[in-house]
Write a protein that binds this ligand. Structure first.
Ligand code: AMP
Length: 113
């Protein structure tokens, strides 16, 4: 298994999980871009949004619901937060295991860079 996020999801790197379920784990980004920067990933290895299929409907929905729960738990729900999914080269996706960034704790700019 060479995928770093698969290793994290399997608990191989001792990463502290902010949230964990049968299908999803969430942990703090190594290089935070906001006071709160959390990555939410499925345990299953799916490379990117472009690879999602009908069979992933449940997982895709669970990613969003996990974000909602984490935002609530981390007191980000009231002030707001941003969810980002980079898909492929032009979006700057570095880790080829689908992940949602949850960013909060500061005012976000729009349009994004
Ligand atoms: P992306 O550019 O959307 O692929 O984002 C990948 C993110 O994963 C970056 O924000 C990295 O800082 C983060 N990252 C990479 N390796 C780790 C790791 N071992 N633990 C936590 N975050 C990581």
């Amino acid at each position: 298994m060479s995928c770093i996020f698969c290793k994290i999801a399997a608990g191989e790197l001792g990463t502290k999980f902010i949230y964990e379920s049968d299908d999803i784990v969430a942990f703090r980004d190594l290089n935070p871009q906001a006071p709160q920067h959390i990555l939410i990933i499925p345990r299953e290895h799916i490379e990117k949004v472009s690879d999602l299929q009908e069979k992933h409907l449940n997982i895709a929905g669970k990613l969003l619901l996990a974000a909602q729960k984490i935002a609530q738990k981390e007191n980000l729900a009231e002030d707001g937060f941003r969810l980002v999914i980079n898909n492929g080269k032009n979006a700057g996706q570095e880790v080829m295991h689908i992940h949602m960034h949850l960013l909060g704790g500061r005012k976000m700019n729009w349009p994004p860079g």
